[in-house]
Design a protein around this ligand. Sequence first.
Ligand code: KE4
Length: 430
Amino acid sequence: MKFKKSEKLYKKGLKNLVGAVNSPVRAFASVGGNPLFIEKAKGSKIYDVDGNEYLDLVVSYGPMILGHRHKKVEKAAKKALKKGYSFGASTAAEIKLAKIVCDAFPEMDKVRFVNSGTEAVLSGIRLARAYTGKDKIIKFSGCYHGHQDALLVAAGSGLATLSLPGSKGVPEGAVKNTLIAEYNNLESVKAHFEKYDDIAGVIIEPIGGNMGVVVPQNNFLKELQELVQNNNALLIADEVMTGFRSTFGGAQEKLGVVADITCLGKVIGGGFPVGAYGARNEIMENVAPLGGMYQAGTLSGNPIAMAGGIATLTELKKQNPYDKFEEIGAIIEVILLETAKKYNVDLSVNRFGSMINPFFTNIKVTNFEEAQSSDTEKFAVFFWEMIKNGVFLPPSQFEAWFLNSEITEKDIQVFSNAVDKAIGKVANSF
Ligand code: KE4
């Protein structure tokens, strides 16, 4: 495989784009080498500017669940384009997508559309504070909820302490109300509720997708929901990644929990910029213009994005690809584990429906600390060998791989062949 045109664009991009990218993970920093530049995509495939074809397991970090350029999504977007791009006023399409989303979440009476997952979570956090009148928020180490100041935090020493800013430019004051707990560790949450009586909410990814894939163990989520309710706080499910990915609705439903506020993104826009937050009426009625919690956006409910979202969710409901995702996910998991065994390489795979991710370790990963103990150097070798054998993965150990409904038997063959080459290369390199 040649990457000459990507390298040329990378060098050119460095002039006016920071790191030649518009989102840090795309810089390939954690796997080394230069980022690939993409020319186009169709179905389950993506093509870089050098004409190399890949099976796409990134799918834009989730949105392209139907595969790229689904004909019904493309037709809907083109039709919307002919009416105009943005009006700064309401349209019928917003009402239509709102109904589809609310009908998929039993506890959601109302939703507000925004333009990204970050905005959805930012607003959901503000809403929890507005509704409860309390200030503190608990988040889990390893969960990522977008780049708002309050949630860009690193765990301070020990989990029962306050947080430290996790990014330059985030003042201590912005994180003084943010507490950190450990995923799958209910005691670490209880410790905060025993110490503080002004906790507005607990935000969690029902399936961790930003530390690799990490699945709640046993009754963790159910017990968390009860703990939060008993302490008069709100459970905020960040389903930006999981929403509509493991079922037509939220992962919370499959996991037997009900969040007070749900934040969405990615799939609900089908590749167009859409985020959303929703809840039952008594909570949402705090949002302007009905209530005193302010949130606004020039392009919120953008008609092209709404058309993309409506077409995507309508097609997704019709296809109901979730059993197929379960089957393909199980096949991919077996390919990874059996190949690792063949080459005697330590590998542990976490999966939930169509979100999957391997760790180069011999332990079962159930939290961020365990995820960080995996061998990221081996992941980097594995990543580039997968690229060279035609499989496009997220360029970081701490991401999730995503399936799409256009994946074929042939794609799985390509994947299997690439895994054999890649794990074989890891075995011979360490
Ligand atoms: P956006 O602002 O990127 O639309 O959404 C932020 C966000 C919120 N919540 C969860 C659970 C998320 O996974 C994300 C964004 N996910 C990353 C992938 N790890 C997006 C990729 C990127 O940052 O470029």
